[in-house]
Design a binder for this molecule. Structure first.
Ligand code: MGP
Length: 204
């Protein structure tokens, strides 16, 4: 039987095929290629190493493909419990170990209302593919985490030590997702080293 990850990948291919059917219509090419990833870590093998269920789902480079994939698969209301969905620049893996992420960190927003996750995820996706951040070179991608208690959206960036840049990205992101509460930025290095030392280094 196909695993959930395989089904996701297969659905993504179907979605991409559907996007291809509009061949005759003009396509709107994005500034760069983006890749959706999927992880559902809690399910298959309890105790499996982190990342063993992380799958690259689909890469796209036009607005049309994006909407097709989003509508058919990458909507939070379609996400299974405990899933993580990622949109990263193609070529960057959503892992601390990726060279582009290794010295980076993330801004995190939590939400106890599912409707918020939907809106924050979509607004962030559109801002990324629409290159709305001035510091777009600093952006790695975004992760939406479906959790029973509190959903989360995290924006991953490249150079954690550059406080001015991260503060500027954090401010802009809050505007985009319409959040007024404080959000905080954590370094991947801290998360990697010590579970207890997870408090944010910056907040905005
Ligand atoms: P997390 O999902 O970043 O933290 O990492 P959070 O928000 O506390 O998690 P939640 O899923 O419980 O809501 C949780 C754990 O997964 C970390 O402590 C690591 O053990 C592992 N992990 C997470 N990430 C993003 C990575 C990664 O990029 N590389 C490796 N090796 N492990 C990771």
């Amino acid at each position: 039987m196909a695993s959930e990850g395989e089904i996701m990948v297969e659905s993504a291919e179907v979605a991409a095929g559907a996007a291809d059917m509009g061949e005759a219509k003009p396509r709107h090419r994005l500034e760069r290629k983006w890749t959706f990833w999927f992880d559902n870590p809690s399910k298959p093998n309890q105790g499996a190493a982190w990342g063993s269920s992380l799958r690259k789902a689909h890469t796209f480079e036009t607005v049309e493909e994006f909407w097709c994939l989003y509508d058919q698969i990458f909507r939070p209301s379609k996400f299974p419990a405990n899933a993580d969905f990622h949109l990263f620049k193609t070529g960057i893996e959503p892992k601390w170990e990726d060279p582009e992420c290794a010295n980076g960190g993330k801004w995190t927003v939590t939400s106890s209302r599912k409707t918020n996750l939907d809106a924050m995820w979509l607004e962030t996706l559109m801002a990324l593919i629409g290159e709305q951040f001035e510091e777009s070179d600093e952006i790695c991608g975004v992760v939406a985490s479906v959790r029973q208690r509190q959903d989360k959206v995290a924006l991953w960036t490249k150079t954690a030590s550059n406080e001015a840049t991260q503060m500027s990205i954090g401010r802009k992101w809050k505007e985009i997702i319409d959040v007024t509460d404080k959000i905080s930025y954590s370094f991947h290095d801290d998360s990697r080293r010590e579970k207890s030392n997870r408090s944010g280094r910056y907040s905005v």
